[in-house]
Design a protein around this ligand. Sequence first.
Ligand SMILES: *[C@@H]1O[C@H](CO)[C@@H](O)[C@H](O)[C@H]1NC(C)=O
Ligand SMILES: [Ca+2]
Length: 313
Amino acid sequence: MSITIFILITLYFTAKIDCLKYRYDYAYHPEIEGWLKQNIIPATWHQARLRCHLEGAELASPIDNGFLKTLKGRSQIPTWTGVHSFFSKGDYSSIEGVPLLRMPISWAPGEPDNHEDKEQCIIMMPNGTFADVCCDEMFPYICFRKKSTSVSVNVACGTVDSRYAYETRTGSCYKFHDHAQTWNRAYMTCEAEGAHLAIMDTAAETQVLKEIISEHPKTKIYGAKYDHVLVGFHDWGDAGVWTTIHGQSIEDLVHTGVINWASGEPNSGTFNGLGQSCGSIRSDGDLYNFWCHVPAAFICEKTQLSLENEGNN
Ligand SMILES: *[C@@H]1O[C@H](CO)[C@@H](O)[C@H](O)[C@H]1NC(C)=O
Ligand SMILES: [Ca+2]
């Protein structure tokens, strides 16, 4: 009897691990041993690849019959695959390196034609045939995250990304990105991680960010010309009206002592004719307006539940 119970409990927990969640927007597919996310908003091939990658996944390809069957017919319109010849024209492979000729692909009539020598990316038609097209066209796409037994979940931050650290003073998790990016690309990166560009909405949080920045001197930031760190503040390209990316007025945050503009900020210096509509802070904890198109380090902020199913909140 007790052995039966033991086996039942073991089966129960094994089953639980089998349907282990990756994140709320990814669904598990046992036949391909991984999670898929359908992205319905069309993007160029490069945008699609980047977004999947930033989400910790890759652009999905029909690398074998199991994948072909699972990916096929999920959309009424053509969909990107991860099959490309971006590195060397004509040498097609999937993102994970499977050569085109090893994939179970049947071509649509007249394809592949490398029209005008401009087609280096492969789409899948709703009926499961394929064509090469220009990578700058826009199609929906599917991201795939392979199930791996080595994944360790960062429970406090609700992500598989071990670089998010929980901070008791604010109840949020933070990740310092030491590869400089433009503000918009930084925004996209944080969103893809299920986070957002950090917002200081309490004095304690300003202090926390200040400490994080002090731990990351500019000399250790890849590709940054300035020691500014991008955060979730913006003036919508309309100098003067500053809000957080969640719509809170910065005037209110300044009035309540949560943040301070650095002396002389926001200023109106232009660079290549472009103004400073994006927010940054430095190790002094003060707020600066910064050029949106100049790459800098940035901090993403995440709550524990931001990638959970709503039913579990
Ligand atoms: C599949 O779809 C393509 C593109 O719409 C079409 O040209 C082709 O004839 C279809 N093939 C089959 C087998 O239905
Ligand atoms: Ca073509």
